[in-house]
Design a protein around this ligand. Structure first.
Ligand SMILES: Nc1ncnc2c1ncn2[C@@H]1O[C@H](COP(=O)(O)OP(=O)(O)OP(=O)(O)O)[C@@H](O)[C@H]1O
Length: 718
């Protein structure tokens, strides 16, 4: 017990021992919430004697859950199953694995990522003989995303047997979408939206399944709760209903996913959802110097929609935060790299330095300078390890062994070459459709057919069949090695001679071994595959002594001794497109994003920008966020003309007026509103382009578009 409370302040200790009831921890940046959460988890297991299988701990990313598992293991010992330290999606996979058969899906359903979705779409476009391009794909995927905003469509997918396409599928897009769902069903594939939706449907239709999980999960804790969406909130609300132990931690000032459906209101109004909520504040910052912290506090104070909470720190004083202004982008990059070299000369390591930016493209000018200075760097998040060709190939082999699904089959059947090109694939697809079999089954059935006899099909089948027999006896990591050898994939990659691809394969193997070790229980192949499909981030260890480059979104939750926030230009940050689309709300979210960036720094913080022109030809000005804090908070480096400052301020004032005059009421879909003439109704949709709400008024037959600027539309609380 002592051990668990050691090194924690009073408020953290209170959080650790508060295990019963509904508890909300509002924790500022760098206040040690991860530490508190980890210790609380260990407290429940070690001091209350609760099995980890009865504790759900939800994190925002896979990376975070990995890290938490690692830390928890240190406190509770290595042998315990920590599979319930996971993301929302990871949890849904666990639920579905147990009971998805009730919805006529097999337990080894596959998880589709964006690339898989595109493959399915491409096939549909080919079948329908339609022209395809990235734009149409994106449009359709967006529409599919919208359709999956609620769970209605699930009913159609879970009918027993093949999914029927209704006659009134609608316009062309509608037909494509129906075919898409059908194909999805055929491969038993679920995308990220489906995971949550299927769980909801399962819980609704089978109360005993919901009850089972409610029974099982005595304690639920959620990290980064400020970025939970309505569905995610509903999920933990449902799950915690029986035992009533829900513990959430978050910082409303760090909500940066509103554009994707996150809503800080579940955090802010938590006490209204759950009577008797206890609130704990963590406001001591352990991360940053007083200079960094007071600048961050000063910036976020400009937000209107927030609960005021100043962070304090007892850390010793450091140096002032630097604002660097360059005459050009090149100058900006050169100055940054030079400063990095100075830091290193004075004892810092390159791995202690991070460069943060608002958008991916901004890494380029820094990269160029780092390359010419011969400084090693890595890009976090931007480049996705699990999206690389060889990694996808390798995983497709495993998926093939476990599920024999068509997607994996198509991916690897001809890699290495087995003389099964387009024509033979078409033949296989046709026969598969006709016989109602999977592609692999079809291949086996027609292996002696003239068209397949002289191909490498037989050796492929032999390899897969042997691997299937070995599946249960081998660990996943061993099975992967076997698969790479038996199918000839590894030899093929060796011949290809691309060392980086080989290194990546080794790295994959390494990550599986690690996964096997941290999970602490035997892992089934199917389970591994489902978990790994959820990985969208580069999740590898940080062993290189390299500077780290990443977007601010990726930097969430991380900390570095020296931080450079680059490209702090008006229009980039705040982002002009976001402002155009979502006005004042977006401005506040952009400011929170800046706040997240500033609060990543421990010792020294640099905010940089430069003159020149933006893509659209617009002149570059320093970001308004730089002017929003007191002049004395910064040490200014680089000459900046007074006239440029005046011009910038004028520009910001003008755009501010514009956004103010367009300021909208900011209601959300699902809100109930009242109108002086039409009465009360529900907002069904928002048309960003036309700047209108589509409101379905209770007493009318069809919805009405109402301007978002219409002042007399008022929200009603029911
Ligand atoms: N009681 C404590 N005493 C000393 N150091 C602490 C204490 N609690 C946390 N820390 C340290 O403070 C830093 C910030 O902690 P942590 O990463 O848990 O913060 P956080 O609240 O999750 O931050 P953010 O929301 O900004 O990502 C870490 O380096 C952590 O080790």
């Amino acid at each position: 017990m002592e051990e668990l409370l050691e090194g924690l302040n009073e408020a953290q200790q209170q959080a650790v021992v508060s295990t019963e009831g509904y508890i909300r921890v509002i924790a500022g940046a760098g206040s040690g919430k991860t530490r508190a959460l980890t210790h609380r988890y260990a407290f429940i297991v070690n001091e209350l004697g609760i099995d980890p299988g009865n504790v759900l701990s939800v994190t925002f990313t896979n990376k975070a859950s990995h890290e938490m598992r690692r830390r928890v293991k240190k406190l509770i010992g290595g042998e315990q199953d920590t599979g319930f330290i996971t993301t929302y999606h990871g949890f849904c996979v666990r639920v579905l694995r147990e009971d998805i058969h009730r919805l006529f899906y097999p337990k080894n359903f596959i998880i589709l990522d964006v690339e898989d979705q595109k493959i399915l779409l491409r096939e549909i476009f080919e079948d329908m003989e339609l022209k395809m391009n990235d734009k149409t794909f994106k449009r359709i995927l967006d529409k599919i995303g919208k359709l999956k905003g609620n769970t209605h469509y699930v009913q159609q997918m879970i009918l027993r047997g093949e999914m029927p396409i209704p006659d009134d599928a609608g316009d062309l897009d509608g037909q494509i979408i129906q075919r898409y769902l059908k194909k999805q069903k055929r491969v038993y594939g679920l995308d990220f939206d489906d995971l949550l939706n299927f769980v909801f449907v399962l819980f609704e239709q089978y109360k005993e399944v919901l009850e089972k999980w409610q029974d099982r999960l005595f304690y639920i804790q959620v990290d980064e709760f400020q970025d939970s969406s309505l569905k995610q909130f509903e999920l933990v609300k449902k799950l915690s209903r029986k035992h009533g132990n829900l513990f959430v931690v978050g910082d409303p000032d760090q909500t940066i996913y509103e554009w994707r459906g996150a809503d800080p209101k579940y955090m802010v109004d938590f006490d209204q959802f759950f009577e008797g909520t206890e609130t704990i504040f963590l406001n001591q910052n352990y991360r940053s110097t007083p200079q960094i912290l007071s600048l961050s506090n000063a910036l976020i104070k400009n937000n209107y929609f927030r609960v005021d909470k100043d962070m304090v720190t007892e850390n010793p004083g450091g140096v002032k935060v630097v604002h660097y202004h360059g005459k050009s982008e090149i100058e900006e990059a050169q100055w940054i790299v030079k400063r990095m070299q100075q830091l290193v000369e004075n004892g810092a390591e390159y791995r202690d330095i991070a460069v943060l930016y608002r958008a991916n493209y901004l890494s380029r000018f820094i990269e160029q300078e780092l390359i010419s200075a011969n400084i090693e760097y890595t890009i976090f998040g931007g480049f996705k390890f699990f999206d690389r060709m060889e990694i996808k190939d390798a995983l497709a082999h495993l998926r093939m062994i476990a599920m024999e699904d068509d997607l994996s089959f198509s991916r690897i059947i001809n890699v290495p070459r087995r003389q099964i090109g387009k024509k033979r694939m078409q033949f296989l697809r046709k026969m598969a459709e006709q016989d109602g079999l999977s592609l692999y089954e079809t291949l086996k059935k027609y292996i002696d057919h003239d068209r397949l006899r002289r191909t490498g099909a037989r050796s492929f089948i032999n390899a897969i069949e042997t691997l299937k027999e070995q599946k249960d006896a081998l660990m996943v990591s061993e099975l992967l090695q076997e698969a790479m050898q038996r199918t000839g994939y590894e030899a093929y990659r060796r011949e290809d001679g691309d060392q980086e691809r080989l290194d990546n394969l080794t790295e994959l193997l390494h990550s599986i071994v690690q996964y096997e070790q941290t999970l602490g229980e035997e892992m089934e192949l199917e389970e591994y595959l489902q978990m790994i499909s959820l990985y969208t981030d580069d999740d590898r260890d940080d062993q290189l002594n390299a500077v780290k480059l990443m977007t601010i979104h990726t930097a969430k939750g991380l900390e570095y001794p020296y931080v450079f926030i680059v490209g702090m230009t008006e229009g980039v940050m705040p982002n002009v497109r976001a402002l155009r689309e979502r006005k004042e709300r977006a401005l506040e979210e952009e400011r929170r994003l800046a706040y997240v960036a500033l609060t990543r720094a421990e010792k020294e913080l640099y905010v940089t920008e430069s003159e020149g022109f933006q893509n659209g030809g617009q002149r570059k000005y320093p970001s308004r966020f730089i002017f929003e804090v007191e002049e004395e908070s910064f040490e200014r480096i680089g000459e900046i003309d007074q006239s440029l400052i005046e011009e910038a301020k004028e520009y910001i004032r003008a755009s501010h007026h514009q956004s103010k005059s367009l300021q909208t009421s900011g209601y959300n879909i699902g809100d109930r509103v009242s109108h002086p003439v039409f009465g009360v109704g529900t907002i069904e949709d928002i048309d960003e382009k036309k700047n209108t709400y589509r409101v379905f008024f209770d007493k009318m037959k069809t919805p009405r578009p109402i301007s978002r600027n219409f002042k007399k539309l008022e929200k009603v609380e029911e």
